[in-house]
Ligand binder design. Structure first.
Ligand SMILES: Cc1cc2nc3c(=O)[nH]c(=O)nc-3n(C[C@H](O)[C@H](O)[C@H](O)COP(=O)(O)O)c2cc1C
Length: 349
């Protein structure tokens, strides 16, 4: 059983202050490319009414040339507080894109300095900025000078095991004007493998005055509490734990506020959520949304009898109706089984 110690409760009682922005939640939904679009964020927001949401990362050059503008303009009602995450290595493009992002409603501008993907690092963006701290500093300075909202940085602990520079890098970002640092406890060469090294997050937290948010392997209330205890971080950011599970941020947030564990959704409730997610993707993106929905459906459908064949069929849907039919059938079956279970429990001696 997870217990919220009075020390931790005391430490987390006050709101999270990011420069001029005050957040009532210390649990944040990570930016996830291909995932945290408007449909997904709408579901996360329902369960986590005050947590910071992030857009998928958006390339600054693309924003300036209007190709990616629609990504930052796709912020719906009720999404605040929301941060727009930008990536690029050119300070002037980043500053210009940040101005547009603020005009579209960004509460903070987050700069991606952690993406490990070759296509991005080769051009000097994402985690390659860990190897070019002077450029990283210039970006933070340029963006901070361009916009009235706080600028934050999301990065990793270093490029590889021989070049772990999170403490020095964090100090430089803070001096350049970053108002919060989110640290993914893996190196670039680790990608997403191996455990996140929270000990490095603890060291960075101890070295900086700005809030430090811990990221990596936050998959449950229990892991969030353990990470906050071990690192002393000011908050946690949930990432892969939210795939097919938009309840996670809200569950952790509720626990940190009340000390009470929210009962997890049943398999049937998860499928109802999957159905709604499918409908939102169809509503916002049309046919493209249906194709994107396939991977989400696969993430939702697990942990009950018959999940594997259902998953396989959902991964091939071409229409929203086909998805609804499969999900409705499975929901009806799960609910009948659950109803039978309850009835048996009632008559059992
Ligand atoms: C599918 C996927 C997409 C991601 N997209 C982004 C992104 O757009 N911006 C970003 O800063 N990090 C991105 N990340 C990294 C996550 O935000 C997070 O730092 C990482 O997954 C570690 O947390 P975890 O161990 O809880 O998953 C992505 C990760 C995954 C798996």
């Amino acid at each position: 059983m997870v217990i919220l110690s009075s020390n931790l409760q005391q430490r987390l009682r006050s709101p999270l202050t990011i420069g001029t922005v005050t957040l009532q939640s210390r649990v944040l939904q990570a930016p996830l490319s291909g995932v945290t679009d408007r449909a997904f964020r709408q579901l996360v927001r329902r369960y986590a009414p005050t947590s910071m949401l992030y857009t998928e990362m958006v390339q600054a050059t693309g924003v300036c040339q209007a190709q990616q503008l629609e990504k930052i303009m796709d912020i719906g009602d009720g999404e605040q507080p929301i941060s727009i995450q930008l990536f690029d290595c050119r300070p002037d493009f980043m500053a210009a894109a940040a101005r547009k992002a603020v005009a579209e409603g960004a509460k903070t501008i987050d700069i991606n300095m952690g993406c490990p993907v070759n296509k991005i690092t080769k051009k000097g963006g994402g985690s390659s900025l860990l190897r070019q701290p002077e450029i990283a500093e210039a970006i933070v300075r340029a963006v901070a000078a361009a916009v009235p909202v706080p600028v934050t940085v999301k990065t990793r602990i270093g490029w590889d095991d021989d070049h772990i520079n999170a403490v020095e890098f964090g100090r430089r970002m803070e001096a350049a004007g970053a108002r919060m640092l989110t640290l993914h406890g893996r190196t670039r060469s680790q990608g997403y493998h191996g455990p996140a090294r929270w000990d490095w997050i603890a060291q960075v937290k101890a070295a900086l005055a700005i809030p430090v948010i811990a990221n990596g392997d936050i998959v449950s209330v229990e892991s969030a509490v353990r990470c906050l205890e071990e690192t002393g971080a000011d908050g946690v950011m949930c990432s892969r734990g939210t795939l097919g599970y938009p309840f996670l941020v809200g569950e952790i947030d509720a626990f940190l506020k009340t000390g009470a564990v929210v009962s997890p959704p049943t398999a049937g409730e998860r499928l109802r959520c999957a159905r709604e997610h499918l409908g939102l993707l169809w509503q916002y993106k049309g046919q493209k949304g249906i194709h994107q929905a396939r991977k989400h459906m696969a993430w939702y459908v697990k942990g009950f009898e018959g999940a594997a064949p259902l998953r396989q069929r959902l991964c091939q849907i071409d229409t929203v109706e086909a998805g609804y039919e499969l999900l409705d059938g499975a929901i009806a079956q799960l609910e009948t089984t659950a109803g039978l279970g309850e009835a048996i429990a009632l008559v059992a001696p």
